[in-house]
Design a binder for this molecule. Sequence first.
Ligand SMILES: *[C@@H]1O[C@H](CO)[C@@H](O)[C@H](O)[C@H]1NC(C)=O
Ligand SMILES: *[C@@H]1O[C@H](CO)[C@@H](O)[C@H](O)[C@H]1NC(C)=O
Ligand SMILES: *[C@@H]1O[C@H](CO)[C@@H](O)[C@H](O)[C@H]1NC(C)=O
Ligand SMILES: *[C@@H]1O[C@H](CO)[C@@H](O)[C@H](O)[C@H]1NC(C)=O
Length: 409
Amino acid sequence: LPPVLLLVLVAQVLMLDNGLLRTPPMGWLAWERFRCNTNCKEDPKNCISERLFLEMADRLAQDGWRDLGYIYLNMDDCWIGGRDASGRLVPDPKRFPHGIAFLADYAHSLGLKLGIYGDMGNLTCMGYPGTTLDKVVLDAQTFADWKVDMLKLDGCFSTPEERAEGYPKMAAALNATGRPIAYSCSWPAYEGGLPPRVNYSLLAEICNLWRNYDDIQDSWGSVLSILDWFVEHQNILQPVAGPGHWNDPDMLLIGNFGLSLDQAQAQMALWTVLAAPLFMSTDLRTITPQNMDILQNPLIIRINQDRLGIQGRRIRKEKSHIEVFVKPLSNEASAIVFFSRRTDMPYRYHTSLARLNFSKSLTYEAQDVYTGDVISGLRVDTFFTVVINPSGVVMWYLYPIKNLEISQP
Ligand SMILES: *[C@@H]1O[C@H](CO)[C@@H](O)[C@H](O)[C@H]1NC(C)=O
Ligand SMILES: *[C@@H]1O[C@H](CO)[C@@H](O)[C@H](O)[C@H]1NC(C)=O
Ligand SMILES: *[C@@H]1O[C@H](CO)[C@@H](O)[C@H](O)[C@H]1NC(C)=O
Ligand SMILES: *[C@@H]1O[C@H](CO)[C@@H](O)[C@H](O)[C@H]1NC(C)=O
């Protein structure tokens, strides 16, 4: 083969090639808020049942979410009723009386996509039937027959050897169905999330996103523990993310019980610069306008969905407990998150773009993502001050202004 052709062949096997999730997925995922509540008798509005998913689909379509990009309506554990005589998975007949194909059709009729959940192993984490190695092909075909659009494959009740065989096998089985199905792999979270046990090159070839670390819980402490782990290992994790293959620090808690408003803004900003999937897990029927404003901020969504798909990094960690994160964006723009880990009062942080590793002799403008304020005339050596609340953020969208320097020959 001529060398050019060879390169093309090599490049083809380097990345998962289902064409999906060129930007981080956005949508709603049941788990964090609704867990394995199967008590439909006493709690019919909130139990894992088709009613919950139909009502969330309506909210996604009617309350502006879908039009901003939140198109995935994703189920999690506790939907399975068993396997039928031919071994095919069936949903719980009481809680999903119309079946999963009906839910998928309903989602599609509203311009949404349906995600489903399975487990590579004997049982799901909550003890429902799992997808053992001999069931991988059958379950992939079942999900495709139902017209499902995404699969989250968990990893409870399996050995490392079974996972090493099963996760790639499911990727191949999904591909063989001919239906584009985005593939979310919990595999690395079960192997400690780091090389040598985790091979991120391989993951990028078989999965569209993967959970690296612990499940998120409804508390600020949980957000911090996840953030700390992602930052501690950013040299490993940052380079492996990109269009079609994303690190997943888990769901957004915004709208639930554990975060203050500043902490909610902080999680949204930090997840956005990490190029994380934006999966809400909250009750969209009762969410407050303030929390909705955070999740529906058009500029922050544009930053998360930037076509370059570069995961941001923490570039400063100050003795003052201020940290600065930067995510490079298309058109020489950047997102900057100034994050305070302080617990006293709003902190006046003085810095310059030069101190944040910007070096080009351009004039920049910044838009504060949450207030809309515009800061003009920033050059790399201009000192400025941002005032950051305790456990809060200031987030900037920073872009160069066309100036004479650029247009001069
Ligand atoms: C299956 O994989 C091939 C080769 O990587 C790719 O071209 C095709 O789009 C994939 N199909 C689906 C449905 O994912
Ligand atoms: C899965 O089930 C088989 C058969 O019952 C059992 O031998 C095996 O130990 C189980 N594996 C795990 C990881 O629980
Ligand atoms: C990781 O996976 C890639 C792609 O499959 C493979 O080429 C490479 O040898 C693996 N690396 C290790 C250390 O096993
Ligand atoms: C910032 O720039 C300095 C000097 O060029 C360099 O040593 C440092 O590694 C850079 N930091 C980051 C986080 O890129």
